[in-house]
Write a protein that binds this ligand. Structure first.
Ligand code: ICS
Length: 529
């Protein structure tokens, strides 16, 4: 029996059939690594997924520092989204910063019975009085959708009464099957009400947006530092350490760089369609990934001086870290890892682990779609550029998500031959045959797989880390980086290697035995006496 079969075998036949399609043993034949993803979790299963509200307010909107975000719903929804994601933001002159705060209408039973709009209006009045924000965002959680409060009407009311911008997000937790729906809702509203409104003058010919970068542990700052060193102007970052003013001007950039495709692909697409700003998939995680990305961007701009400067910066950054990298390689080479996060890091971080010779035995996502698992090759150029390179018909493969970047097979092969393709994501590609790719890995499967595969380290989040830790496996959080970071770019790679080396060579958790291993934790008697 394979490892996957041993895990699946414990399910009832109905669950077995369903979960089997979400667990893939990687095969050398790329086309066989197909996985079921982005579908409903079986009720009753202890999933690690989050909700639509988490994806909208927690992920995409959360890091916008000068929008005062009021959560319309019970207090718990707001409390659990308060300060946990570590999207960092600096205070800047003339820009409000509400990142430390948590605003909620604290909905109670009477509001559910009689409607909560009055309370929401009161919360807005109060926020205006105390903070004078220029932008308010309203995010609703489950009960609001169920009782039908019209938060969009309240937003309009607030705009007129207070002369501010007020945007409502109907991101009730139950919508969709995971956080993913929330990303989409946030993307749509940002596009509708913010992007395109700015008229800041952009000086540089080499101006970029960084999309899908939320500045967790300072990642966005490190990426920006490298880009600025080369000579790029960073117009906006979606949405790490961002201000409304920056986001308004995103349409003025020459190119959008997409780090986390899953959460922001909709905006990347819409900015391209509406304003003609093309986007390119990048990866600033890992030394190799960063170098490849910087070269791809330079290739896009096709400017001699910029290309030269890119190579200079790469050489200089490398020189500064190379000794550390070599040292950590000797410490980490041959170790094995399991990764389980949301929808983009499990493949990006595999590239970083490979830099140090760490291989992956299992990797999974909570809510990724099939592209993040199976990968797609994409054109790192705009369509027009491809045309100018004499590639005839670039037609779109029928795809549920209708990305124009999915190409027909013959075209793909031609582009591949001409080395015009950059790879986009794709977990399967990073993995060796015989390892496991799992979608919506649940609590039970986590325990079982870890027992059978025994990785040296398990990268996950706060919900799933303790079981691993208590069973003696080193755990590092890949969502929040625990208290560390940045992990992006050249310096980030060293931080990352230092953290996991420290963990692996301080095996504190393997010295303890979980109490339930030696003694029963429940006692009782059967019968009447
Ligand atoms: Fe993208 Mo946690 Fe990002 Fe990704 Fe997304 Fe979330 Fe975080 Fe995780 C995210 S946007 S919050 S890279 S910053 S929803 S770590 S998909 S689950 S892997």
């Amino acid at each position: 029996m394979s490892v996957a079969e041993k895990v699946l075998d414990q399910y009832s036949s109905r669950v077995y059939k369903n979960r089997k399609t979400h667990i893939v043993e990687i095969n050398n034949n790329e086309n066989e690594n197909q996985i079921a993803a982005n579908v409903r979790t079986i009720p009753g299963i202890m999933t690690q997924r989050g909700c639509c509200y988490a994806g909208c307010k927690g992920v995409v909107l959360g890091p916008i520092k000068d929008a005062l975000q009021i959560v319309h719903g019970p207090i718990g929804c707001s409390y659990y989204a308060w300060g946990t994601r570590r999207h960092k933001g600096k205070n800047a002159e003339g820009v409000d910063n509400y990142l430390q705060y948590s605003f909620s209408t604290d909905m109670q039973e009477p509001d559910v019975v009689f409607g909560g709009e009055k309370k929401l209006k009161k919360a807005i009045d109060e926020a205006m009085e105390l903070f004078h924000p220029s932008t308010i965002m309203i995010c609703s959680t489950c009960p609001v959708g169920l009782i039908g409060d019209d938060i969009h009407a309240v937003a309009k009311w607030a705009e007129e009464k207070h002369n501010i911008k007020c945007i409502a997000f109907s991101c009730e937790g139950y919508k969709g099957v995971s956080q993913s729906a929330g990303h989409h809702i946030a993307n749509n509203q940002l596009m509708k009400f913010i992007i395109g409104e700015g008229d800041r003058k952009i000086e540089s010919k080499f101006s970029v947006n960084i999309l899908g970068e939320y500045n967790i542990g300072g990642d966005g700052w490190e990426t920006e530092r490298i880009l600025k060193r080369i000579g790029y102007e960073v117009v906006s970052v979606f949405t790490g350490d961002s201000s409304i003013e920056d986001l308004k001007n995103a349409h003025q950039a020459n190119l959008s760089l997409v780090q986390c495709h899953r959460s922001i692909n909709y905006i990347a697409e819409m900015i391209e369609t509406k304003y003609g700003v093309p986007w390119m998939k990048v990866n600033f995680i890992g030394v190799k990934g960063t170098i490849e990305t910087l070269r791809n961007i330079a290739k896009y701009f096709d400017n001699e001086e910029l290309t030269k400067r890119t190579e200079e910066v790469i050489a200089d950054e490398l020189e500064k870290i190379i000794d550390d990298i070599e040292y950590y390689k000797t410490k980490l080479k041959g170790k094995t890892a399991a990764l389980y996060v949301g929808g983009s890091r499990s493949h990006h971080y595999q590239t970083l682990l490979h830099d140090f010779g760490v291989s992956t035995v299992l990797a999974g996502y909570e809510f990724a779609h099939r592209d993040e698992y199976e990968g797609r090759e994409i054109l790192p150029f705009v369509k027009e550029d491809a045309d100018s390179k004499n590639i005839e018909s670039i037609s779109v493969e029928p795809d549920p998500e209708k990305y124009h970047l999915y190409l027909q097979k013959e075209v793909l092969e031609k582009l591949r031959d001409e080395k015009l393709l950059s790879y986009y994501g794709g977990m399967a590609k990073e993995m060796e045959a015989g390892t496991y790719m799992v979608d919506d890995l649940n609590h039970f499967e986590t325990e079982e797989f870890l027992k059978l595969l025994k990785p040296d380290i398990f990268f996950s989040g706060i919900k799933d880390k303790f079981v691993a830790q208590k069973s003696g496996i080193l755990s590092r959080q890949l969502h929040s980086y625990d208290y560390s970071g940045p992990y992006s770019g050249f310096r980030g790679a060293v931080n990352f290697a230092r953290d996991i080396t420290m963990g692996i060579y301080t095996p504190a958790w393997s010295f303890i035995k979980a109490p339930w291993k030696t003694a029963p934790i429940l006692t009782g008697t059967l019968g009447g006496e």
